[in-house]
Design a protein around this ligand. Structure first.
Ligand SMILES: Cc1ncc(COP(=O)(O)O)c(C=O)c1O
Length: 452
């Protein structure tokens, strides 16, 4: 038994954190020999390949034997060059073979660098008044002070609020709790058209970019935008010279059943931020890719991109990313995500028929989730103090399944949901096991609640 450690700060003061000692496929094993299914793909939506794929650490070890670090202001490294070529060869729409890549460390670095690039592009191309970044409420783009400001995750924003720069937010594309109390498609996509209103209010000459997740992850429990949404967003951005940044930190690399989440809408963003599934948790790494024309504006002025961290484009991590991407392509993990995602949504619909506390099920590919309500007819949430999503997380964990509980679907306050994102290698049988445990966990918690 590992002794409690008083020097390490964990994410929560009020729970025990068993020590993980071994992992394999979709499974994690703790120090007591207990087995858990990694149903949230790490914390969260990271472990795309599953655990223990030997060729990934092998590729990193091979590189580390040559070198891992070098003076990046004076030299470059081959895995970095190869990784950028690979990413551009797989880029969506008009970005394919027409973009360039900047490699950094975390998802937050990627979204931060994406908005920096948007701002720098406008300055370098003679439009220095364009600086604002418009984003959506109930969106999560990362956790540094700047990025948390343009993120829309209320609970994480509140205490840092005075430190944020001016950044307008529009309502999310969230049909289950539509901000306009409309129904799709009769709504005529008011939530997308809100972007045009925001741009006009700010003045297009002040707006640099709009950023959005194709499928909202932690802030909404896997909500894909409705059909036509991103096409409308693209149109509006084009009309007002605003760059469209797709935050594919969660949705990239096959997670939603296609390599890029935005491909479901057949729209090309100007800049993409990506991380998580790109290295599947084997090593930290993230990237932005952007239209060639954007980089050319900097290049023409001999103006280096004003961003960067000491550990950017680490050679060992780049070698790991190449191995992860090649593995996911050769095993068609996007194809498996699409098939298993359909199975998951059908299974969740069955659970919804059985459990009145499930008010909505949603997702795309292997990013799926459900929302918990006290009253299905009115969609009334549980009082936050009941911590219903945490209770379900705890029950599922007792039965050997890791889930990711989220809160705040209603103006960032009440609203419980569960986010699921098992590794993309999950089999049909294993998915049945995930669904069976969710059934047990929801049933156990439901019995303790008053539900209509
Ligand atoms: C959509 C999205 N963007 C950005 C981030 C930030 O990534 P990181 O935690 O690697 O900094 C996250 C993290 O969950 C995310 O879900």
């Amino acid at each position: 038994m590992t002794k409690p450690n008083i020097h390490a700060v964990h994410r929560d003061w009020d729970r025990d954190f068993p020590v993980i000692v071994r992992t394999e496929g979709i499974y994690l094993y703790d120090e007591h020999g207990r087995r858990y299914i990694d149903g949230s793909g790490g914390s969260s939506v990271v472990t795309s390949l599953g655990h223990g794929v030997a060729e990934i650490p092998q590729a990193m070890y091979d590189q580390a034997q040559k070198f891992s670090f070098y003076p990046a202001h004076a030299f470059t490294n081959q895995p970095f060059l190869d990784l950028c070529d690979l990413i551009v060869s797989l880029a969506p729409g008009e970005l394919r073979d027409n973009s360039r890549v900047w490699i950094t460390c975390t998802g937050t670095d990627a979204t931060d660098d994406a908005v920096r690039l948007a701002r720098q592009y406008w300055v370098e191309s003679g439009n220095p008044s364009k600086y604002q970044v418009i984003s959506r409420w109930q969106a999560f783009h990362g956790n540094n002070v700047a990025v948390a400001g343009f993120s829309g995750l209320t609970a994480r924003r509140k205490i840092f609020q005075p430190m944020y720069v001016d950044s307008p937010h529009i309502p999310p594309a969230f049909c289950y709790r539509c901000a306009y109390e409309q129904t799709y498609p009769a709504c005529n996509l008011l939530c997308a058209r809100a972007l045009e209103t925001a741009i006009l209010q700010q003045g297009p000459e002040n707006v640099a970019a709009f950023i959005a997740e194709p499928v909202v992850g932690a802030a909404l429990g896997c909500v894909p935008a409705p059909d036509g949404y991103f096409q409308k967003i693209r149109e509006i951005c084009d009309r007002h010279d605003v760059l469209f940044i797709a935050d594919e930190v969660m949705t990239g690399w096959g997670r939603t059943g296609k390599i890029w989440g935005i491909e479901h809408w057949d729209v090309t963003p100007d800049i993409i931020a990506t991380a998580k599934g790109m290295t599947a948790g084997y090593t930290p790494l993230s990237a932005i890719l952007a239209r060639d024309e954007i980089w050319q504006a900097l290049e023409r002025n001999h103006s280096a991109f004003k961003a960067g961290h000491t550990l950017n484009a680490n050679a060992v991590s780049c070698a790991g990313a190449i191995a992860v991407i090649n593995y996911s392509l050769s095993h068609d993990l996007a194809g498996n995500a699409a098939a298993r995602g359909e199975q998951a949504l059908a299974g969740l619909a069955d659970l919804m028929a059985k459990h009145p506390i499930i008010g909505d099920v949603r997702g795309r590919g292997l990013m799926f989730g459900f929302e918990l309500v006290a009253d299905r007819a009115t969609r009334a949430p549980f009082p936050p103090a009941r911590k219903v999503s945490s209770l379900i997380e705890a029950a599922a964990l007792r039965h050997g399944l890791v889930t990711y509980p989220c809160t705040g679907t209603i103006a960032g306050g009440p609203g419980d949901m569960m986010l699921m994102a098992p590794p993309l290698v999950i089999s049909e049988e294993e998915m049945n096991e995930v669904l069976a445990i969710l059934d047990l966990a929801v049933g156990e918690v439901e019995e303790t609640l008053e539900v209509r």
